[in-house]
Design a binder for this molecule. Structure first.
Ligand code: CP
Ligand code: NVA
Length: 335
């Protein structure tokens, strides 16, 4: 499998086999790291010639996991990083994406980009002469998908046939990406949410076409009991994403509260079910936004109850750790 020089912009650009390869590589890199094994260029030729390279990390939106995962993964591979954000660089305000791409390509071997529209990262990739990795856009979060698929595989020993139910805003990056990931990997995806938060028709159609080939299925339902029954994975995300206006909180809380993940949902799914969340999560009042919404709307949690978040079925921190191993695989495979 040769992915050298490839961009990593969305899972739609990759075959099922290529995605499987990246998950497998991530698993090997994870084992290496856990055992403290040094990199062996003979048995791991992909890791050869990475030391001494440089990558640029552009973050137009905030990040904890994705930034740290890129920085630690790069350091483990002997690669140096430069972090650029909107306030401290010219990106977007004084310099176009096309010009930024050409400048950074002359100094760096790869570029990570987190920001707004998917068309921005696609434009960056078009003008860059080095691999570009999508660290999250409004539409897609592909590095998160690899971490989630690795976590599911570690837990169930397989991906094919796994039933994943996504509750909450299924029109944004996480709902879209999970639907594509399930379609590619032969998994059963259900968006269980209010109608206006279903993923866009066009993407649903595209995923259904993929699903017909892989044995996956795509279901959209407003019915919580039917949508979560016997699910292996119950997945949710914040109800308001980065970049959205503060004014949408009220209507979002109203529309999505029936789709909060609570112990009733987990019981309906069954004992085998795991709870997943890309994080950060509003499961208590220990954050500034959580407290603000708590005071305004008289609530103590949003998309998931603290009980489920802290339960034995919750794998959110394994999932977060896997961001690093999977991002390392993407860097190693494409550089
Ligand atoms: N899940 C995720 O992308 O987290 P960060 O926003 O902290 O990078
Ligand atoms: N939907 C969330 C995902 C964060 C990782 C956001 O875009 O803010």
């Amino acid at each position: 499998m040769d992915l050298k020089g490839r961009d990593f912009l969305k899972l739609l650009d990759f075959t099922t086999e290529e995605i499987e390869f990246l998950i497998k590589l991530a698993g090997e890199l994870k084992e290496n790291k856990k055992k403290g094994k040094p990199i062996n260029p003979r048995t791991q030729p992909l890791l050869n010639n990475l030391a001494g390279k440089n990558i640029a990390l552009i973050f137009e939106k905030a990040s904890t996991r994705t930034r740290c995962a890129f920085e630690v993964a790069a350091r483990d591979l002997g690669i140096a990083t430069t972090y650029l954000d909107a306030a401290g660089s010219q990106v977007g305000r004084k310099e176009s994406i096309a010009d930024t791409a050409r400048v950074l390509s002359s100094m760096y071997d790869g570029i990570e980009y987190r920001g707004f529209g998917q068309e921005i990262v696609e434009e960056l990739a078009k003008y860059a002469q080095v691999p570009v990795w999508n660290g999250l856009t409004d539409e897609f979060h592909p590095t998160q998908m690899l971490a989630d698929l690795l976590t599911i595989k570690e837990h169930f020993g397989r991906l094919k046939g796994i039933k994943l139910t996504y509750m909450g805003d299924a029109r944004f990056n996480m709902g879209n990406s999970l639907m594509v990931a399930c379609a590619k990997m032969g998994m059963h995806f259900t968006a269980c949410t209010a109608k206006e938060y279903f993923p866009a028709k066009e993407l649903v159609e595209q995923c259904r076409t993929l699903a017909a080939k892989t044995g996956a299925s795509i279901t959209l339902t407003e019915d919580v009991d039917a949508g979560t029954k016997d699910a292996d994975v119950i997945y949710t995300d914040v109800w308001v994403s980065m970049g959205e206006a503060d004014e949408v909180w009220e209507s979002r809380i109203k529309a999505l509260t029936p789709y909060k993940v609570d112990s009733k949902v987990m019981r309906n799914a069954g004992r085998q079910a795991i709870f997943m969340h890309c994080l950060p999560a509003f499961h208590d009042l220990k954050t500034a936004v959580g407290r603000e919404m708590g005071e305004k709307f008289g609530i103590t949690e949003m998309e998931v109850t603290d009980e489920v978040f802290e339960s034995a079925q919750s794998v959110v921190f394994e999932e977060a750790e896997n961001r690093m191993h999977t991002i390392k695989a993407v860097i190693a495979a494409t550089l």
